[in-house]
Design a protein around this ligand. Structure first.
Ligand SMILES: C[S@@+](CC[C@H](N)C(=O)[O-])C[C@H]1O[C@@H](n2cnc3c(N)ncnc32)[C@H](O)[C@@H]1O
Length: 221
């Protein structure tokens, strides 16, 4: 999946993946992550998710990484308004940084971000990040995420459906693949698998008959 694909999505505002509310999965499973207030949460491929606003409201520090500056400009504006935070925006080469107390957003390629830029990560929250990438990129993503997060526990949301019925993204990432991808670093425990095709008419229109949302908690080995 080329970066240009995603830039075009954001330019044309074709962002059907974006939720206008905090993800119910996050609300339901966050307590199980046992993240103390003040712990640092990494949200890879974050888009402009309102989940980051919620995490900040819980007292967490948040690091978000997202290719699109359009997305992060919008997210920074929402965070500023909701939390009365002044966010400093700066540019360094291909990367754009948004900084405020307890907040770091990086607009740039996830694969170009180095661990030293992030500092300590206590928890990872991946909603629709792994599934945004085709298989060869998923291999690199899992390895790189591990390097960035030093194996921090992870709340992970993926989707299971028949890949023959629709080309990704989102790509189908079955529980077996999650286990295999993260096997060197984590125990992956499937918390729930829920049919959500009724809430995803855009996928039904494209011929998908069943679309399962899978929630995992990954704990370090
Ligand atoms: C399916 S969306 C999910 C966004 C967000 N996690 C959410 O739940 O709304 C995937 C996001 O990943 C971003 N993305 C894709 N490839 C990326 C890369 N190599 N580095 C950083 N972000 C990337 C896209 O721009 C897009 O916003």
């Amino acid at each position: 999946m080329q970066n240009e694909f995603w830039h075009e999505r954001w330019e044309k505002q074709q962002i059907g993946f974006h939720l206008d509310e905090v993800n119910k999965v996050l609300l339901k499973y966050w307590p199980a992550m046992q993240a103390s207030s003040g712990s640092r949460v990494l949200v890879p491929l974050c888009g402009k998710t309102l989940d980051i606003v919620w995490l900040l409201q819980q007292g967490h520090a948040v690091v978000g990484i997202e290719l699109s500056e359009i997305a992060l400009d919008e997210l920074a504006a929402i965070i500023s308004a909701e939390l009365q935070l002044e966010i400093d925006k700066s540019r360094d080469g291909d990367q754009v940084f948004y900084r405020a107390d307890k907040l770091l957003l990086i607009a740039g390629d996830f694969f170009a971000v180095r661990p030293q830029q992030l500092g300590k990560v206590d928890v990872v929250y991946d909603r629709a990040a792994l599934v945004a990438l085709p298989k060869p990129m998923r291999d690199d993503y899992c390895r790189h995420l591990w390097q960035l997060s030093q194996q921090a526990p992870q709340l992970l949301v993926t989707f299971t459906y028949d890949q023959q019925q629709m080309p990704g993204p989102p790509f189908a990432v079955l529980p077996q693949e999650v286990e295999q991808q993260y096997q060197p670093y984590y125990h992956a425990e499937l918390q729930e698998q829920r049919e959500i095709i009724d809430t995803e008419p855009r996928f039904r229109e494209r011929g998908v008959t069943s679309f399962l949302q899978d929630v995992f908690i990954l704990t370090p080995r």
